[in-house]
Design a protein around this ligand. Sequence first.
Ligand SMILES: Cc1cc2nc3c(=O)[nH]c(=O)nc-3n(C[C@H](O)[C@H](O)[C@H](O)COP(=O)(O)OP(=O)(O)OC[C@H]3O[C@@H](n4cnc5c(N)ncnc54)[C@H](O)[C@@H]3O)c2cc1C
Length: 408
Amino acid sequence: MSVEQVETLIVGGGQAGLAMSEQLTRRGLPHLVVERHRIVERWRTERWDGLHANGPAWSDSMPGYPIPGVQPGEFATRDQIVDYFIAYAEAIKAPVRCGVEVTALYRQANGTGFRAETSRDPIEAARVVVATGPFQRPVIPAIVRPEAGVFQVHASGYRDPAQLPKGAVLTVGAGSSGAQIADELARAGRGVYLSVGRHVRPPRRYRGRDFVWWMDAQGLWHLPVGEQAPAHIPLAFSGAHGGVSVDYRRLAASGIVLVGRAERYRDGAMHFAQDLASNLAAGDASFLSFLDQADAFAAQRGLDLPEEPEARLIAPDPPCVADPIRELRLLDAGIGSIVWATGYTLDFGWLKVPVFDEHGAPMHRLGVTAVPGLYFLGLPWLSKRTSSFICGVGHDAARLADHIAARV
Ligand SMILES: Cc1cc2nc3c(=O)[nH]c(=O)nc-3n(C[C@H](O)[C@H](O)[C@H](O)COP(=O)(O)OP(=O)(O)OC[C@H]3O[C@@H](n4cnc5c(N)ncnc54)[C@H](O)[C@@H]3O)c2cc1C
């Protein structure tokens, strides 16, 4: 067994690992990227076929690398994003070695550098950048046992409507994934029940400008992290169908039955919390407050943008909200599958360096850990709101590369 020596080892060949590679190359710093599967594997196999980027292409791209064939105001498809990053890796000549999984990372006994055990030979590195993703392990709440006789899949394993057994579908989760998957299933002619929890739903466009434009203009898109990252409330927005606002009342009008938060499952029946109306009301309040803030900003800056009072019209509660279902027998409703759009957690079981707090969360300051030479990149709110997004990771990578360059 040979032990390879590298200066900087980047673990993960997604957008974060590639962005880090670009920035190290720009500074003439040798490095190696190891990826257990293929470049941008999660975009290839853990995102459904019909997914479009959540942001317009002018925003959802790497600095200096526009997405070919996609107009700045358009939303790239999943496949366009995959092709884009493959081309980006080639353009920056990223030294990526695919099919190599880091199974354990230790700090060297003498305190300088690290040793990575991998699915191939070990690698020793003076520095390591951990770029294994903001959304690593799918979370499915322990509500329905796997042997309950209903097909269950997490959003990361959902591909398209044809993948699901015949019949209606219960989609759980009202963030961007849940709302989009429910909409896609309904458009494919499936009966859909959508379990709606707490969410924030901004307008896709307002007064002729995209949501991301408004956030950017107000300095909120790249908002720097404070002492603590804000509590996570799912953000529901969509780049599908040219980009539309997520509106649960519109989804209900299209035939989707809204239900409250899924609480428990017993004897073939799902029980829902009595929170549907309040969850929708909170989502609507977030929508209207976004409009208020945008109007105030436009007035303060004297922006000449067409007024849009009709954006404030909220449709009345549909019958499924006025008289919500609290208990649903899946068999009676013809439900053959459940799609859990219930988020992700981190999984650093392989990282054997003491950089985690008592809750297992990585401890770092803007990606720099207290262990010299160990960095995180691509985590949610690493340095700012967009740290885990395509449009934000490049800036974080540049900052970490400066940090590394100053110490080489
Ligand atoms: C459904 C969904 C839609 C999204 N849509 C958008 C969007 O439209 N726009 C946007 O900006 N952001 C979006 N995001 C957020 C973010 O851009 C993606 O999560 C993106 O994949 C993060 O890139 P990353 O490189 O940080 O991590 P990942 O893409 O997760 O890449 C990490 C890589 O590390 C590899 N890896 C993990 N462990 C190891 C190991 N031990 N050894 C070797 N390799 C390892 C993995 O195989 C993976 O390829 C979305 C997220 C989700 C979940």
